[in-house]
Design a protein around this ligand. Structure first.
Ligand code: MLT
Length: 418
């Protein structure tokens, strides 16, 4: 058996195959050779599993992946359970949901936008199983565009564009620009597909209205498309835009992708949405809204009725109240972590308008080096900044999504370690 190794020139991935006598006569998407072999959070999970297997007596505190720990809000549970009962009766049973989502949920989402001073039509809202899927799938309807992505950033944007063979230009976030890169740093002023995440994953930094307006103006001037990820908008406490559609002209240049995962604790329930304004038209006159509908109705069969009823309940008055109380709980966790860093004089961003705290690794440590130190010496799992891009090297992300008890214990451990 011969061993064959394929790797890209930067050495960022290695697929190893055992050459058997016969291969199939099919081709795979060779663009996968340009992405890392393992998705960031799978890599962390496997390192943590290995550590736990070798150290079964150690109790880990997981502040790595941004996964919620509080249970669903009571109104959400009751809506989901009522809907499940309806599905069990002949007169109220429902089969396939409408492709873009039930009208009751799209109406609740449109009302949510109205509360944030943005008018969105029901025909512009597409319910999905979460922001990650939509962010990854949206490339399906786009051609070979130049793509502009902030660095560091949620790895799904880079990976899904590399999988499609797109050329990516990175725009650097740094301590100097507060991890909020602006369009004046773009080398060549031209049309791009631009990804913006605000409040940002992983840095927790959030654009203000003026900064977002600069991005919208850039997009309008150059004919660019903005893909705006607002998954963390519910964490905003300062006077900052909760949606890009609060900015004039955004309906002519931006798609917005949002999620119930962080706001309503739906990481395991799965529901999100994408807004594709009817005014978005490509260079050959194609409507992006129509294309996305076509893509979704071909490749996606919608979100289950009980989940859509649960999502509707999360956006109700009582639901908002209960979900925002959960967000306050996570905010208190963030404040605990921030207090330790303040006392230790460690630079960080986030933690205020975001569940993420992005800190400079102490003693010039690399981010994976600090990951190992925290894991081995304090049994805390975090996320190395380098996993979010080269500009994240030397930084580290902690989440506020743990339980209050675990977060307090992690803070005690950090206090003695740092
Ligand atoms: C994260 O930790 O960055 C997020 O939980 C990932 C996600 O939302 O998919």
């Amino acid at each position: 058996m011969a061993l064959t190794s394929y790797g890209d020139p930067a050495g960022c991935k290695r697929y190893i195959f055992y050459r058997k006598r016969s291969f199939m006569n099919i081709k795979t998407n060779s663009n996968f050779h340009n992405i890392k072999e393992t998705y960031l959070f799978s890599e962390i999970a496997s390192r943590v599993r290995r550590y736990s297997a070798e150290n079964p007596e150690k109790v880990l505190i997981r502040l790595g992946i941004g996964d919620v720990t509080l249970p669903l809000a009571p109104v959400v549970v009751s809506a989901m359970s009522d809907a499940a009962q309806e599905m069990g009766r002949g007169d109220t049973f429902r089969g396939y949901p409408p492709e873009a989502g039930y009208e009751f949920l799209r109406q609740a989402i449109a009302d949510h936008y109205r509360d944030n001073n943005a008018e969105i039509k029901l025909s512009e809202i597409f319910v999905s199983d979460g922001a990650k899927s939509d962010l990854g799938n949206f490339v399906d309807i786009l051609g070979a565009n130049d793509v502009l992505i902030p660095d560091p950033v949620y790895p799904v944007y880079v990976d899904s564009n590399l999988m499609n063979g797109n050329i990516i230009t990175l725009i650097k976030g740094s301590r100097e620009n507060g991890f909020l890169p602006m369009p004046d740093a773009i080398g060549e002023k031209k049309a791009y597909v631009i990804y913006i995440c605000s409040p940002n994953n992983p840095t927790g930094a959030a654009y203000n209205g003026e900064q977002l307006a600069a991005w919208v103006n850039y997009a309008l001037e150059t004919g660019s498309l903005i893909i705006y990820d607002s998954a963390y908008e519910a964490f905003i406490t300062d006077e900052l835009p909760h949606t890009i559609y609060g900015i004039e002209g955004a309906d002519k240049c931006a798609v917005e992708i949002c999620s119930f995962s962080k706001f309503a604790g739906f990481t395991g329930v799965r529901c999100g949405w994408t807004v594709v304004p009817e005014g978005l038209v490509s260079d050959d006159g194609t409507s992006l809204n129509k294309m996305w509908f076509r893509r979704q109705s071909t490749k996606f069969n919608g979100v289950s009725y009980p989940v859509q009823r649960a999502a509707e309940a999360a956006l109700s008055k009582a639901g908002m109240h209960q979900c925002l109380a959960n967000i306050d709980y996570y905010r208190r966790n963030a404040a605990m972590i921030a207090d330790v860093l303040d006392r230790k004089g460690i630079f960080y961003t986030g933690g205020k308008n975001s569940p993420y705290i992005w800190l400079l690794c102490p003693d010039n440590m690399g981010s994976w080096e600090f990951f190992d130190k925290l894991l081995n010496e304090a049994q805390i799992v975090g996320t190395p900044g380098e996993g979010f891009g080269k500009a994240g090297e030397g930084y580290f992300r902690l989440t506020a999504f743990g339980t209050a008890e675990n977060t307090a214990e992690a803070c005690r451990r950090l206090e003695s370690l740092l």
